[in-house]
Design a binder for this molecule. Structure first.
Ligand code: GLV
Ligand code: MN
Ligand code: MN
Length: 404
């Protein structure tokens, strides 16, 4: 089978041009935005050119389906509000090149997917969660983004494209190639990571409601300032979590909405995101208890009304042993001693797909471990190395799942 590295790199750069931020190689393609839909239509054309049967499902997931039982390869093409050019796109375009090369060589059959809203504008890996059945479409339709737009409204922007859900039984397994998004491969000068397992996540919004008032006339002791409550919560939480976490545990307040948000008004309300991740379900639950108790204690002490949104999450998931072995053997063949087995601290669609079929993941290094920023990048030689490993692994990957 002859893969074409130049064609693969050209596709990656052509895709990057759709929603390019103009800063470094950054991209702005949030799920269901005009740029995201344009990118999906561009990918659909490439899939058609590759002889694949193109479908969009009701969540907006894009499929390029090969005939017969096939290996599914892909990732996502939506981005964070400030995203990198490779996060998700790498796995989709690698899938495309692999499917094309496999078609030209007469097999094995490779299908390609670009899942929708992996980056969680509305939830946590929304498109693959819906397809895998862990989140119903009706439930997803009630979810809102940080600006209050519902999933139902957002996905209506793709209504002219969408058809039925795709039957998972036609796929023998799933392989997702992705950038590492962390520092370990880059620091070690390695080119390939074969993923052992993906950590779990919990995500929700927390609201403190105090009293909006005048910033000049309200004495400090009479204030019920929602920002001060958030500040106290953050300090207390960092302190209390120390008792239950390990160095792998992470927690983030990444979005804060302060109401009404004016220099001269004591803010009466704050809504903020609260997310935490760990490889152990029991620890995720212990962290949840600490988070809820700390918020309640701070609310009591500062006179806030406290509420929590619905909590979304994904459990930690192990990757399939046979698919992993196929990737590891190919990594050792193509990049001897420049690869490792490793955990994924980032979330991926593979978590959801693993509920339906054997699933595995492979990483390429991220320069300086930087991702979820316009400055995310990977050396071209490492991108090509990843493609070569995937191509070398394809016969074993296809055979492992009983594909054609
Ligand atoms: C996915 O991008 C994640 O947040 O890990
Ligand atoms: Mn991603
Ligand atoms: Mn991401």
């Amino acid at each position: 089978m002859q893969i074409d590295g130049a064609r693969f790199l050209k596709d990656l750069h052509d895709l990057r041009a759709i929603g390019a931020s103009g800063i470094a190689k950054g991209v702005v393609r949030p799920a269901y935005s005009a740029a995201d839909i344009a990118a999906r239509e561009w990918l659909a054309d490439r899939m058609r050119d590759a002889g694949l049967d193109v479908r969009f499902d009701p969540a907006g997931n894009l499929w390029g389906i090969a005939k017969g039982k096939s290996l599914l390869v892909g990732s996502h093409s939506d981005t964070q509000p400030e995203g990198g050019w490779l996060d998700g796109a790498l796995g989709v375009v690698m899938g495309l090149e692999l499917a094309r090369a496999a078609q030209e060589a007469g097999g094995p059959a490779v299908s390609v997917v670009s899942f929708q809203d992996e980056e969680g504008r509305f939830g946590v890996t929304t498109g693959s969660a819906i397809w895998s059945g862990s989140l119903s479409l009706d439930h997803a339709d009630t979810l809102t983004d940080s600006a209050g737009t519902s999933f139902a409204t957002a996905r209506a922007a793709m209504s002219h494209l969408i058809g039925d859900f795709v039957d998972p039984a036609q796929f023998s397994g799933f392989v997702e190639c992705h950038i590492e998004q962390g520092p370990w491969l880059d620091e070690a000068g390695q080119s390939i990571g074969v993923v052992t397992d993906i950590v779990g996540i919990r995500d929700m919004r927390v609201t403190f409601e105090g009293e909006q008032n005048h910033a000049g006339t309200t004495p400090m002791h009479r204030r019920r300032d929602a920002f001060q409550a958030l500040s106290a919560f953050n300090t207390a939480l960092n302190d209390r979590l120390r008792n239950v976490v390990t160095p792998q545990s992470v927690w983030t307040i990444g979005h804060v909405s302060l109401h009404p948000g004016a220099h001269s008004i004591v803010p009466g309300k704050v809504v903020f995101s609260m997310q935490w991740r760990d490889g152990d379900t029991a620890r995720l639950t212990r962290m949840e208890t600490v988070i809820r108790e700390t918020a309640a204690d701070v609310a009591d002490a500062t006179g806030m009304r406290l509420s929590f949104s619905e909590m979304l999450g994904l459990e930690p998931v192990a990757m399939d042993a046979q698919l992993r072995k196929a990737l590891a053997q190919a990594a050792q063949q193509i990049a001897p001693d420049r690869w490792r087995e490793m955990q994924s601290g980032a979330l991926h669609d593979a978590t959801n797909v693993a509920a339906l079929m054997p699933a595995a993941m492979m990483f390429a290094p991220s320069i300086n471990g930087i991702s979820h920023t316009f400055y995310e990048d990977t050396h071209e030689a490492d991108l090509l190395c990843g493609l070569n490993v995937l191509a070398a692994a394809l016969p074993a990957l296809a055979k492992a799942g009983g594909g054609s």
